[in-house]
Ligand binder design. Structure first.
Ligand code: B1M
Length: 211
């Protein structure tokens, strides 16, 4: 057992091995926070880096994210016990009228892999539901995904609802999805745009001033 073995298992998308090695490490007394911060998160950071430079593709990123989720199943209750702090909280959802959630799920997994707590509202999320989730969970960041040119308008409507609820100053907004662009993000007044799941953690961290 070593943290390096867990790092390799996550990096290479070997879920069974990631889970088994994580359990072995936990049983040997390694702190869950160390497993997360010294093995799992660095592996997912590397996955994101490789994706951004075109050395990996979506399916490979997905299997690595699943391996990370496998390890997290074991670590999550222990991290709560150890009171290990996450680096921030993200509420994420696919906007109203849009049922596409594969990309959003991948972004959520990569953000979780980077150390964020994720509150996933699912797909077809109405503006009022985003507002209610911001009021309830007080996230640092709200992420909206849209895959249809027609549902890009729902991003604007959700931004309006957030403004009307007078909570715009309390959160950073990051948007993405195949038809979404930086230009559109500027137009609707979002704080950030991420082109893909590999770059999303970097964009969100930069907005929060996290190294
Ligand atoms: Co739909 N669909 N679909 N579809 N579908 C597209 C998006 C489409 C491009 C296909 C096409 O015509 N070539 C087209 C949209 C055209 C447009 O508006 N520009 C389309 C259409 C038209 C439709 C329907 C209207 C079809 C119909 O019924 N006539 C319908 C709409 C239903 C609805 O939403 N109301 C529909 C339905 C569906 C299914 C339900 C069958 C299914 C979705 C299943 C699901 O998600 N659970 C589906 C699928 C699978 C697709 C395609 C084939 C694949 C989408 C996908 O998962 N890609 C898609 C065509 C295509 O992309 N080749 C298509 C993989 C995923 C990893 O990538 O989602 O782009 P992506 O996410 C990326 C980035 O965009 C980014 O990071 C992700 C990972 O790198 N990203 C973010 C995404 N969200 C982000 C959020 C961020 C940051 C980055 O910050 C918060």
């Amino acid at each position: 057992m070593s943290l390096e073995t867990i790092y390799d298992a996550v990096l290479n998308g070997k879920m069974k091995e990631a889970k088994a090695e994580t359990q072995i490490a936990v049983d040997a007394g390694v702190a869950a926070g160390d497993i997360l911060h010294k093995a799992c998160i660095p592996a997912m950071t590397e996955v994101g880096r490789q994706f951004e430079i075109g050395e990996r593709f979506v399916p490979e990123m997905l299997i690595a994210a699943r391996a990370m989720s496998g390890a997290l199943e074991i670590l999550r209750p222990l991290l709560i016990e150890e009171k290990v702090e996450t680096i921030g909280k993200v509420v994420i959802g696919t906007v109203a009228g849009d049922l596409h959630d594969i990309g959003k799920n991948l972004v959520a997994m990569m953000l979780e892999g980077a150390g964020f707590e994720i509150i996933d509202l699912g797909n077809d999320v109405a503006p009022e539901k985003f507002v209610a989730a911001i009021e309830e969970h007080k996230p640092d960041v709200v992420g909206m995904s849209a895959l249809l040119t027609t549902t890009m308008a729902s991003i604007g409507k959700t931004m309006d609802a957030i403004l009307r609820a007078e909570i715009r100053d309390e959160v950073k907004v990051v948007i993405g999805g195949a038809p979404v662009t930086q230009e559109f993000a500027d137009k609707v007044g979002a704080d950030g745009f991420a082109a893909d799941a590999g770059s999303a953690p970097r964009v969100v961290k930069a907005l929060l001033g996290i190294e």
